[in-house]
Design a protein around this ligand. Structure first.
Ligand SMILES: Cc1cc2nc3c(=O)[nH]c(=O)nc-3n(C[C@H](O)[C@H](O)[C@H](O)COP(=O)(O)O)c2cc1C
Length: 123
C-alpha cells in the first residue's frame, strides 16, 4: 500500500503527528511533502491546465514530483492546521493547481482512498 502525506505546514506539530498516526494504522510505504517547502507557488489563473494541458502550467516542473507521488499512491492524506477558518494558504495554493482534476472529474483520481485532516484549536 502506497501512502502519500501532503502536509499543509512545514513544522511537525499536532497535524503532522495525527497524519502519521493515521498512516501508521494503514501500514504502508509513506512518502511525504511539506508545504510550502516542497511546493509554494500560487496558481496564476492562466487556465492552460483546463484549456490545453497541465504540462503548460508555469509550475508544472515544480509540482511534478508531488503529482507523481499522488498518482502512484493508493491513499492520499491531505493534512492541514486550520488557519483563520480555512486550510493554510500553502495548502490552498497547492490545491488550486489541481482545479483541472477536480472540475473535469479526471478518472485517474477515482480509484484512490482519501483522508482529509484539518486541525483547529477551538473556533
Ligand atoms: C495563523 C493561525 C491561524 C489560526 N486560525 C485558527 C482558526 O481559525 N480556528 C481555530 O480553531 N484554530 C486556529 N488556529 C489554531 C490551529 O489551527 C491549531 O492550534 C492547530 O492544532 C495547530 O496545528 P499544528 O500543531 O500542526 O501547528 C490558528 C493558528 C494559527 C497559527
Amino acid at each position: 500500500m502506497k501512502i502519500v502525506i501532503i502536509n499543509g505546514q512545514n513544522h511537525k506539530g499536532s497535524t503532522y503527528h495525527i497524519a502519521h498516526m493515521l498512516a501508521g494504522k494503514i501500514n504502508g510505504d509513506i512518502k511525504e511533502f511539506f508545504l510550502p517547502r516542497d511546493f509554494g507557488e500560487f496558481c496564476v489563473g492562466c487556465t492552460k491546465c483546463f484549456m490545453e494541458s497541465e504540462k503548460k502550467c508555469p509550475h508544472y516542473e515544480k509540482i511534478k514530483p508531488l503529482t507523481a507521488a499522488m498518482d502512484e499512491a493508493d491513499v492520499i492524506i491531505l493534512a492541514s492546521p486550520v488557519y483563520v477558518y480555512h486550510v493554510t494558504g500553502a495548502m490552498k495554493a497547492f490545491l488550486d493547481h489541481y482545479g483541472y482534476r477536480w472540475m473535469l472529474q479526471n478518472l485517474c483520481l477515482k480509484s484512490k482512498e482519501y483522508a482529509y485532516l484539518q486541525l483547529q484549536a477551538q473556533v
